[in-house]
Design a protein around this ligand. Structure first.
Ligand SMILES: Cc1cc2nc3c(=O)[nH]c(=O)nc-3n(C[C@H](O)[C@H](O)[C@H](O)COP(=O)(O)O)c2cc1C
Length: 571
């Protein structure tokens, strides 16, 4: 199984001499519907929240806001700021297309989101609900009795609910063929980041439950009987609960779905039927093998997370409101090639990428960090251009020092905090090379910096199901980069198209364990004036009642800090 996955990894590399196997053109006839619907399922429309600024983004990393009570209203905002539509775009002579709060490779959105909820005022009962980003509504897949719900959450922190994520590989395979496995799991990591950030705004903590395996998850999410290329594959279940305790007990980490409940659900027909997404499909055998080889049967209790050394606080904080940033986030399609990023903004982004023990945001992933970051610094004030490395775990250092080119200097850049595990490797202008390695995309050269995420694949030999989790970690890092860029008044773009071994050759990586699993760029995006932008949900906003609900939401950020942030200043 591990060998199949590692063979998949090698075969899905792009290189200077050729790209991984893909259709090579866009077959518009079979373009997959980006919206899963469950026809016939009872639907609960969610009131639309306002576009409020929310608490200061940078402060989220220091302390959680007071936990919001769980209600359909708070859940509406939670989804509005994580998986909802954020805008519609239109080019001359083409049909409009939607964009979402969570980014996706090629905007194809393979990730589907679910909530598992207790009985709430305004909903019929506890149950499992699919989130429809198109209609900002919940589609019931299963109703659960109050007793069944109590059984589900027994042993978990009071006030726990769950979010589940699944992937429809076909959506990415339609365009990208064999490389789709990677993109689906990058996207999943971005969605995890979007959920964790939105939960944090609500004062809720989120944790990917490590022991929950795919078969049980598929049953509870009611996707286990889906067949064929459009089938959803269950990926992970998150527990989300009020962020009051700092440490999680062993019971939470080893949580499993109750066996008796799963047995009862075995023969229960789910509510609603999945819509068909495409009229036809191409087979991608290597992708299928990768999906099967990475399947996770559950039972792993996770690992203790570890801390990077504390970095002294970087001032001043950005005054941007988190809710505003989450909904404003956009991928730059071109970079201006001249803007530089200030030293403070750059440091703030670096410090937000470092895991800090059992705390937000990386405690979301119940394992020790596996990903460190190689930076192409182009225009960062106070830093000379060149290659740099951010060690996201002290445990990576020995292996990376051994693996990377012996001539790399590993110097702490002058003027940066000593405690920051950020090293200057080599000086030079790497703009052209960064673009070349990124499939000749100039977004990698025209920004302030680009980076490659170096992941330790050692575990994949023993635990093939760890392979997708490495992409989740990369996606989460990417989501923080997108938002860190926005907070600095810049934009980011994920780069899934890059020449794997081109990067490895540059830094001296000769094979496993270190492999570059995702690239990213940050800079000043150039707006394409030919595209029109329209707000999301304009049709739903017109419906009676949402104006009133928006007013109430706007008033829900009440502390002096939140109000100051909403007005764009620091307290
Ligand atoms: C995993 C991933 C890989 C991506 N790769 C590229 C890329 O190689 N080149 C590019 O221009 N954009 C890339 N993007 C950006 C997407 O095209 C973008 O997220 C999508 O069009 C949706 O737009 P939005 O991010 O503004 O919502 C990538 C995004 C993700 C999440």
């Amino acid at each position: 199984m591990a060998s199949t996955l590692l063979a998949y990894h090698a075969a899905s590399k792009h290189s200077f001499s050729g790209y991984a196997d893909s259709p090579g053109f866009l077959d518009w006839e079979t373009q997959p519907d980006p919206f899963r619907r469950f026809e016939g399922s009872p639907e609960t429309p969610l009131d639309l929240p306002s576009d409020g600024a929310g608490p200061c983004y940078d402060l989220l990393f220091d302390r959680p806001p007071e936990p919001a009570p769980l209600s359909l209203r708070s859940l509406s905002r939670f989804l509005f700021e994580s998986l909802a539509l954020s805008a519609w775009k239109k080019a001359p002579h083409s049909a409009p297309w939607s964009l979402r709060v969570n980014p996706s490779s090629g905007n194809l959105h393979p990730t589907e989101g679910y909530l598992l909820l207790p009985p709430l005022a305004g909903s019929r009962s506890a149950g499992v609900f699919h989130y429809s980003p198109l209609r900002h509504s919940l589609e019931a897949r299963r109703f659960l009795s109050a007793d069944q719900w109590e059984e589900m959450v027994s042993g978990l922190p009071p006030g726990t609910f769950f979010a589940g994520l699944s992937s429809i590989y076909w959506r990415e395979a339609w365009k990208y063929g064999e490389r789709a496995f990677r993109y689906c799991h990058h996207d999943l990591g971005h969605a995890l980041g979007a959920l964790a950030l939105s939960a944090r705004i609500h004062g809720w903590r989120s944790l990917v439950l490590p022991a929950v395996g795919e078969p049980e998850l598929a049953r509870i999410l009611a996707v286990e009987h889906q067949q064929g290329p459009e089938a959803e594959r269950a990926d992970c279940l998150l527990a989300i609960f009020p962020d009051r305790d700092n440490r999680l007990d062993a019971a939470t980490r080893s949580f499993q779905l109750p066996a008796a409940l799963l047995a009862t659900l075995r023969d229960q027909r789910p509510l609603g039927d999945p819509n068909r997404l495409s009229s036809d499909h191409l087979p991608w055998p290597l992708l299928e093998q990768a999906i099967d080889s990475a399947a996770y049967s559950g039972g792993w209790p996770g690992e203790e997370t570890i801390s990077c050394p504390a970095v002294p606080p970087v001032v001043p904080l950005s005054s941007e409101g988190a809710s505003l940033l989450l909904r404003r986030r956009r991928s730059a399609m071109a970079m201006d090639g001249k803007t530089s990023i200030s030293r403070d903004s750059f440091l703030r982004i670096l410090s937000q990428l470092l895991p800090r023990g059992d705390s937000f945001p990386f405690a979301l992933l119940p394992w020790r960090p596996r990903v460190s970051l190689l930076f192409f610094v182009h225009r960062v004030q106070g830093l000379s251009a060149g290659l740099y490395l951010l060690l996201r775990s002290p445990a990576h250092e020995a292996s990376l020092r051994r693996e990377l080119r012996p001539e790399f200097a590993w110097r702490t850049p002058p003027g940066l905090p000593e405690a920051l595990p950020f090293y200057h490797l080599v000086e030079g202008d790497f703009r052209e090379l960064a673009a070349q390695i990124s499939c000749y995309q100039t977004i990698a050269s025209g920004g302030c910096f680009a980076l490659a995420m170096l992941a330790d694949l050692s575990d994949v030999q023993e635990r093939p199901w760890f392979y997708p989790r490495l992409f989740w970690e990369c996606g989460l890092v990417g989501q923080l980069l997108y938002l860190g860029a926005e907070a600095a008044g810049l934009q980011g773009t994920g780069i899934g198209c890059y020449f794997d071994d081109g990067l490895h050759d540059l830094v001296g990586v000769r094979g496993l364990p270190w492999q570059s699993l995702y690239h990213f760029t940050v800079g000043r995006g150039v707006v394409d004036r030919r595209l029109q932008t329209r707000p999301a949900y304009a049709d739903l906003r017109r419906t009676a009642g949402s104006a009133e609900s928006a007013e109430k939401q706007a008033g829900s950020f009440g502390t002096p800090q939140e109000k100051a942030c909403a007005q764009g200043r620091l307290v």
